[in-house]
Unconditional design. Sequence first.
Length: 217
Amino acid sequence: MNFFQSRAWLILEFATLFLVFPVAFTSALRTYSPVPFLVVFGVGATVYLIRHPDYTNRSFYDLEQTIVQLPRIVTLFVVSGVLLFLFVWVWYRDWLFYCPINHRQVWFSILWTYALFAVYPQEIIYRGFFFHRYRHLFTNQRQRMHASAIAFSFAHLIYYHHYSILFSLIGGYLFAHTYQRSKSLIAVSVEHALYGCFMYTIGLGRFFYSGFDQLLR
């Protein structure tokens, strides 16, 4: 077996990329945006997947499965959106729609930047790359879903808030489940973008963007 496919190497690689690096970023690079790092990692993960003949490249552009999954995605989003709205209404009412009402251009800029440069790279990394690269480390779908969701949540440690980690853990399970069902990075990216943009809209962006308040000054 190739050393770089051995269990020992995969454990070391996994720990470095998904445990050590988030901690190091949180400690030393917290003032920087994570987006450039996501893009670089996403490009590297894309090259890795494309070069592997046992990975289905259709995953990168599968609109058919996106259409198939869309009714379920939208239904869950509507239910979850109501719960998120009520959460903000009860606990953070002053934040509700503050950004789109008072800083419309900033809000719009955040949405398209987030959707294009953060969501898709994250899905390539935490779903496409993760599920394929570590399929021999986490040997069944349930293990891979748990590991992907926890790693995705742990990465949000950089925002220093328990809600960032909690919401990301829930989202991580949701996105991992969608990817397992569809094997479509487009489908899961659409779902991810829906939740992320909605949270920035209703005021929860403060938990997912360390420079959010500075943008609104």
